[in-house]
Design a protein around this ligand. Structure first.
Ligand code: SF4
Length: 365
């Protein structure tokens, strides 16, 4: 649920106008929703719904489907009826598909007005969105900048991306259409960061952040964490999508973790565990992994520390909601800063889980 996020006061968010999407405010100090995109054929609405329900389970808060032909655009209606999170239609060029998507009941459209074609078509699409209270996302991608911009700048640059975005924004302004969110994606982390920073000084529309074509799970997670996380830490960014060449639930997991690392969302268990070193006298790799797996489904915001020895263990454990500081084949258990005594190594995982359940219950009372 989008509204459950909590904004950390360490990050001073960029002031933007607020854009409503399916009744959810996007921008300024509002929570930062995590988005993903389906990888099925949209026209196969049953498989697409199945995939979205898995995304939802992973914590996805907004989902986008390509509306690349009429069958896909019509299928959005069925999809919308069977999911629980806002649905975005991804459209390139064809205004007819945008109109079908609006009729299908989508909550946002990703479209670049400058690519729709003649003025009448642009007006028609923007009017349909306005009449239905649907915002649009202008999605600039470094790999597909307008030809004349490319001729001018020679190769994709952050300035070229900003110029492209401003053109699309101007078209919206000409039509008095202000429900706009903008993205400036590039596979180059520096370029995308620079582009967002530059545009942040020139407009007050909320931003959808992403490093596009970021790669596979491993590389893409790192690139996205730097690009998206870097901007968020500067207060720039109002919704995010991590793009990975793998299952979308992985994108959602990474997105949520980026937000959690920056204190931009309080959701689920934050695990603090040490890297271990020669002082270690328990199997901390196993213990941390077992705790991580066992708490993956928990939505209550909790901090759990799993520490290898007395050097940093007691300090971190006392700061956490639940912590263990290991010794030789045993550990001291801490709950809310208080020592609960020594427990055997074999008891660590079950006892930590037991204490989590007790805390969760008390928080829900
Ligand atoms: Fe090593 Fe102890 Fe630090 Fe873990 S907490 S890395 S075991 S010194």
């Amino acid at each position: 649920e989008i509204g459950s996020a909590e904004v950390h006061d360490k990050v001073e968010r960029r002031k933007t106008r607020t854009v409503m999407m399916a009744g959810v405010p996007i921008g300024s100090g509002h929570p930062v929703p995590v988005q993903s995109m389906t990888k099925t054929k949209t026209a196969d609405w049953k498989s697409t719904v199945e995939q979205i329900l898995r995304y939802e389970e992973a914590g996805c808060q907004v989902v986008r489907c390509t509306a690349n032909d009429e069958d896909a655009a019509h299928a959005l209606k069925k999809i919308k009826e069977n999911i629980h999170i806002p649905l975005v239609a991804d459209i390139h060029f064809q205004h007819k598909l945008a109109l079908i998507a609006v009729k299908s009941g989508v909550d946002k459209i990703r479209i670049n007005p400058g690519n729709i074609g003649n003025k009448d078509k642009v007006s028609e699409v923007l009017r349909a969105c306005k009449d239905n209270g649907i915002p649009i996302r202008i999605g600039v991608n470094a790999g597909s900048l307008e030809k004349d911009i490319m001729r001018k700048v020679g190769y994709p640059t952050s300035d070229g991306m900003v110029e492209s975005a401003l053109r699309h924004i101007e078209i919206c302004n000409e039509h008095n259409f202000d429900d706009v969110i903008v993205s400036l994606k590039s596979s180059d982390v520096f370029m995308m960061m620079e582009a967002y920073r530059k545009l942040a000084k020139l407009c007050d529309y909320p931003f959808h952040l992403g490093v596009t074509e970021a790669g596979t799970s491993w590389q893409g997670t790192i690139k996205s964490s730097i690009g998206i996380g870097g901007l968020l830490s500067e207060g720039i960014g109002d919704t995010i999508r991590v793009s990975l060449t793998t299952d979308g639930t992985e994108e959602v997991k990474v997105g949520r973790e980026i937000l959690r690392s920056l204190g931009l969302v309080s959701f689920g268990v934050t695990l603090i565990s040490c890297p271990t070193c020669g002082r270690l006298e328990v199997d901390l790799f196993r213990i941390a992994k077992e705790v991580e797996e066992a708490v993956a489904h928990i939505k209550t915001p909790l901090k759990v520390a799993v520490m290898g020895c007395l050097v940093n263990g007691p300090g971190e454990s006392k700061e956490a909601d639940i912590g263990i500081s290991a010794g030789a084949g045993s550990a001291i258990l801490y709950v809310k800063g208080e020592s609960k005594g020594k427990i055997a190594e074999s008891e660590i995982v079950p006892r930590v889980l037991e204490e989590i359940a007790i805390l969760e219950k008390s928080l829900k009372l």
